[in-house]
Design a protein around this ligand. Sequence first.
Ligand code: PLP
Length: 405
Amino acid sequence: MTTLEGRFARRVAQLGTETAFAVAAEAADAARDGREVFPFHLGDLDLATPANVVEAAYRAAKDGRTGYCPPAGIPELRAAIADDVNASHGSSYSPDDVAVQPGGKPVIGKFLLALMNPGDEVLYPNPGYPIYESQIEVHGGVAVPYGYLDRDEDFSIDLDGLEASITDRTRLLIVNDPQNPIGADCAPEELERLAELARRHDLLVLCDEAYFDIRYEGHRTSLASLPGMAERCVILYTFSKRFAMTGWRLGAAIGPREVIDVIGRLNVNDESCTNQFVQVAGVEALRGDQSGPRHIVDVLHARRDVAVQALEKVPGVRCNVPRATFYLFPDVTEAMRLVGATDVEAFRRGVLRATGVACCSRVHFGRPAPDEPRQYLRLAYAGIGADRIEEGLDLLRAYLESGDG
Ligand code: PLP
């Protein structure tokens, strides 16, 4: 029998994954064993894509919009996205500053391919979306993490730590605001300081705004809209969360024309173009009736409130209340003590076994530093209704009250 061992490109060893998928497999095993599972691990919405959007895709497919189309996107969608971003960011992007993508995720790799040379240092959030670390490393960059400070009411970027990590090899900065998995959103002072650091050190910035519109309180402000930032920021834009379109794969890169032109050429090399009838549906999502996305945010807002209230009753758990995203990032350090757990993954698995509550932990969002003093879980409420949130977290409360690890 032949083996391919030793035949893989060296970069394959650097390729990470979303280890949160492993939690989905554990949850499925628990369900097969007859346990009722409460799916707090899912970053996917259980809500329907708005009907007008579905209808538009169906019509476009029937009308024959099924062939190749321009690699950077159909002109109507590039224009609709530029208008949408200009309205929320106070910016003046033109359709030529937009390259449509099959989802928001491809923007990460394309931003790095366009702007990062091997050996360049890239600052990225950790805990953070695990694909940053993977893509930086697979393309030969040096992934330099920056963290968050838990200030008891909310999280903020450890800006002093971030600044201290900047060297003469630092080229790029990745900012995810609002943030997965923490649920944090940047205060105006944080954005000011990030912008100042980017300008002073001549950093180009990926602004991952996947959750920009999943906001319940506070103002939406983008780092890209601060003075002098539009020319150094590429925005990751997606339809996934706002329109419950995760599986449709529709997003965009928005930024300086020279970078967008290169990203357009990467599109030619990778996928040729994004599915045309899905792009037509994207135009309807942005230009048509807006009751669908409003409903999605209302449902998520109600779930957040139920989840936060239920968590408040769980012993040993302390949770900041996020104003955006559909994630909670509770500190479970004391809760672990209650059941005698010393490892957060052992604790998470114990919770799944005892209560059916399936969730991720901090370790699914980048390599933890050896000296992190507090332990966290990530609970997503995108794929679980309010009643089940209450039921699941009540079981968690009972488990921790029993102290029965
Ligand atoms: N960025 C962040 C922070 C995310 O959490 C996600 C998805 O969960 C994405 C980007 C990519 O989403 P999509 O490719 O569905 O647009």
